[in-house]
Structure formats: structure tokens, C-alpha cells
Design a protein around this ligand. Structure first.
Ligand code: CA
Length: 441
């Protein structure tokens, strides 16, 4: 328990604005601080986990020490239950091969597969969308996308192929929309016109995160379609205090997961449709910056959010529930100032798992393929600061093992997608970003 005086709480809120370990490169003259300033590569040079625990032994759960990592930033905070952090390190039995399919992307952010196995790839910094063949040939930038506010963590973010793409040709994407008085995340859709000079037509903005605020940070922006035809959109709280304080307020979209129909209309079974003043798109509240989202084999949504220093969280956001930010949580400000007086509180959900020190998550896939039978139902999360492909073994909705893959590559992993072939496809976050494919060796 950390006991804070009110002035300390206010001071903590004021200082903890823009220091995520998500160092999206920022032009030196933009006035936006680099988000990774002072965050050490806490595990650089540490050999990969060698616990040697066979992860898939029938009925036997992994045991032993966690993935090698630094000491917790906030040792005063104890997990709410034993499996909530520092799961035993595990090691994949399948040897893996990493193939570089393409490179030269400027801070790529997301991948989506077209039915013919070509990929849509977004570039955050330039706002460009490309079509990439499985062999790595890149189209010219798709014409017709609206302008983005590319400063800081903004830009062109996620992309998804519509569930009815074969008929509609609709693709969906998120981006930081420049607006009068600031900016905000928007979701657009349009028809993709394929060909030597691809373009989109009939662009419709189907959702706008409100209110408009001037911030280049914490937009969230992941899109997840569900088999029942709904669309989840993850939203950050803008980082600055004016946004952070709205994360649990149902009158604001900040710090929420929202659920909409593909045309932007509101499903009438959303939890706040009958609450006066509430944003009816809201699904769950109290999130910080959700940059990873995926469905499991039961079509339940899982997310990982970028937390404060020592507070990255895996959650399974349920309808109408409150995940606590900024009132409760693990970790502290990147300045070292405290944020919370307790990691737990009444009426607010606990994360399934948290990381202290952080991994700095982005991108997520829950494995359903056959190329890696031992990975079935495991959660994969891209790690930015941790420079790892993080694998979580989950049993009964608890994390029972953790592995950090690809540490030897020392690359920031921005995106993780399972391809139609059962391989994992990754994007590295760099000014010369790569599209990588992970298969058994
Ligand atoms: Ca939380």
C-alpha cells in the first residue's frame, strides 16, 4: 500500500504525461519528448530463459523462475493473486525460423491479410498504406486516404479487411485525425480498388473519438472484428492530464474499448446505450493506452495496454466493466512519482496479468494455427522496449508461462498477426521497419 497525500496525487498526475516506453520517433523540433527517455533496456544482454520446462506436458503446469528481468519498479505493490505477474519462464520446443519478407517501411504499424494472402501494411509516420505480396513485393502507396496527424504516436495506425470484403471490397483503418482545436482517433472505411495504382474510393469516417483534444500521445487504435459482425476499437486516454482524468468517465471516449457496427452505428446491446450522457459506443472503461487486442477461440476480447512504468496490463475486457485507470493500477510514473495509493480497489477489475518492469506492448495474436501445435491458444504480444515477441501460455484464463522470443534480433516488435498459413507475421518498429514471417525451422 502506498499512501499518498492529495498534493502528491495531483503532482503525480501532472508529471506523468508523456513518458511511455513507446519511443515513436519524433522530429527533434516538434517539442514532443521522446517516450523512452531514460528507460533502460532492462534485460539487454541477459541470456534467454533456460528453465527448460516442457510447456505442453499433459496436465503439468510450468514451474520455476520467471523470464530474466530487472527488479520491479514498485516492489510495494503485490499481485492480487499468485499468477498475476512473473509467470514461470517457458521455452518453445519447436525451433523457429524468421524470414524477412520486406523492409524499408517507415515505422510500420499494422498488417491485415486480403483473401488472396497479400497483405495490407500501414506506415504510421507517412500515413501510407501498401499492398504487399507474400513474396515481399510492395505496391505504390494506396491513393485516396485522408490526411493524418502524424506527430508523436499519431499517424496511420491499424488496418482490417472487412468481413464481407469479397463482396464489398471494404477495408477499415484507424488514424489520428487532424481537427480544428486538436486531433483525435478516427475509424474510416472505404472500397479498395486493386491494381497497379491501388486506391480507395468512397471513404467514410464511421467513428470519431471525442472530445477533440490537442495531444500526440495515447490514441490506442486497434480494430478487432467479431464473428457476429461487430467491431471493437481500442482507445487511449491521450496521456495528458486533461485526457487521463476522463478514462473512467462514460461521457468521454478516452481510455475506453468501444463496440460499433461496421457502418458506425451503435449496437443496441452495448452497456451504456440507456445511460444519460454516456457515449453509447462504450464497451469497457478505465483503460490507459490499449495497443494490443485479439479474440480468443471463444471469441472473447483480450487486450494489452501500455501502462505506466511497471504497469503494463493484460485484460479480458467484459461488457460494462471498469478496468480502473487512473484510479488503480500497478507501476508508477516514468518520473518515478507514485500514481496510485493501491493497485486494487472496489468496483474495478484486476488485470489478468501485469508486467513490472514493462514490455511496452503493441500488437497481439492468439494462436489458432497448425504450424506450431504447441502454441495453440497461446497469446502473442509484440514488445517494443522489451524487443521481444512475448508468448503467454494461458490455462483457465490465467497466465501459467511466459517466453520472450526473438530477443537475439534486438528489434522493437510493433505488430503480430497470424497469417492464413499459420505463420506469425510481425512488423518491427523502426525508420527502416521490416515485415517478418515466423515459421518452424
Ligand atoms: Ca487496469
Amino acid at each position: 500500500m502506498r499512501v499518498l497525500s492529495m498534493p502528491l496525487i495531483v503532482a503525480a498526475l501532472l508529471v506523468g504525461c508523456s513518458d511511455d516506453p513507446d519511443p515513436t520517433p519524433t522530429p527533434p523540433d516538434s517539442g514532443v519528448p521522446r517516450q523512452d527517455a531514460g528507460v533502460p533496456p532492462e534485460d539487454a544482454g541477459v541470456p534467454p530463459e533456460d528453465a527448460g520446462v516442457p510447456p505442453e506436458d499433459a496436465g503439468v503446469l510450468p514451474s520455476g523462475p520467471p523470464v530474466p528481468q530487472g527488479p520491479p519498479n514498485v516492489p510495494e505493490f503485490s499481485p492480487a493473486f499468485p499468477q498475476q505477474t512473473r509467470a514461470p519462464a517457458i521455452q518453445s520446443q519447436t525451433a523457429i525460423q524468421v524470414t524477412e519478407i520486406a523492409s524499408g517501411f517507415r515505422n510500420p504499424w499494422a498488417i491485415a491479410f486480403l483473401p488472396d494472402q497479400r497483405m495490407l501494411v500501414t506506415e504510421k509516420a507517412t500515413g501510407s498504406l501498401y499492398i504487399v505480396t507474400p513474396q515481399g513485393a510492395k505496391s505504390p502507396a494506396v491513393a485516396g486516404l485522408p490526411a493524418v496527424d502524424a506527430r508523436g504516436q499519431g499517424g496511420l495506425l491499424d488496418v482490417e479487411v472487412g468481413p464481407d470484403y469479397a463482396q464489398s471490397k471494404l477495408i477499415y483503418w484507424t488514424y489520428a485525425e487532424p481537427r480544428t482545436g486538436g486531433n483525435g482517433l478516427a475509424v474510416a472505411r472505404a472500397q479498395l480498388v486493386d491494381g497497379a495504382q491501388p486506391r480507395v474510393e468512397e471513404v467514410q469516417v464511421i467513428f470519431r473519438m471525442m472530445p477533440t483534444l490537442e495531444s500526440t500521445l495515447h490514441s490506442g487504435g486497434r480494430l478487432v472484428f467479431t464473428p457476429d459482425g461487430k467491431l471493437f476499437v481500442t482507445l487511449g486516454e491521450r496521456s495528458i492530464l486533461a485526457g487521463r482524468v476522463q478514462a473512467r468517465d462514460v461521457k468521454s471516449h478516452f481510455g475506453k474499448v468501444v463496440r460499433i457496427n461496421p457502418d458506425g452505428s451503435v449496437p443496441q446491446d452495448n452497456p451504456y446505450v440507456n445511460t444519460a450522457g454516456a457515449k453509447p459506443e462504450i464497451w469497457s472503461v478505465g483503460h490507459r493506452n490499449v495497443l494490443s487486442a485479439a479474440l480468443d477461440s471463444q471469441n472473447r476480447l483480450w487486450t494489452v495496454e501500455m501502462g505506466p512504468k511497471g504497469g503494463d496490463e493484460l485484460n479480458r475486457p467484459e461488457k460494462g466493466k471498469d478496468y480502473g485507470w487512473p484510479t488503480i493500477g500497478y507501476g508508477e510514473e516514468y518520473s518515478g512519482a507514485p500514481i496510485h495509493d493501491s493497485p486494487q480497489g472496489p468496483g474495478m477489475e484486476q488485470p489478468v496479468y501485469y508486467w513490472d518492469p514493462v514490455i511496452a506492448p503493441s500488437g497481439m495474436a492468439i494462436y489458432t494455427g497448425t504450424l506450431f501445435p504447441e502454441w495453440r491458444n497461446d497469446i502473442f504480444v509484440g514488445g517494443l522496449v522489451s524487443q521481444a515477441l512475448v508468448r503467454l501460455m494461458v490455462r483457465n484464463d490465467l497466465v501459467v508461462g511466459e517466453e520472450h522470443l526473438l530477443k537475439d534480433r534486438a528489434e522493437r516488435i510493433r505488430e503480430v498477426v497470424q497469417g492464413p498459413d499459420g505463420a506469425l507475421y510481425l512488423l518491427t518498429d523502426a525508420t527502416n521497419g521490416k515485415l517478418l514471417k515466423v515459421t518452424p525451422r
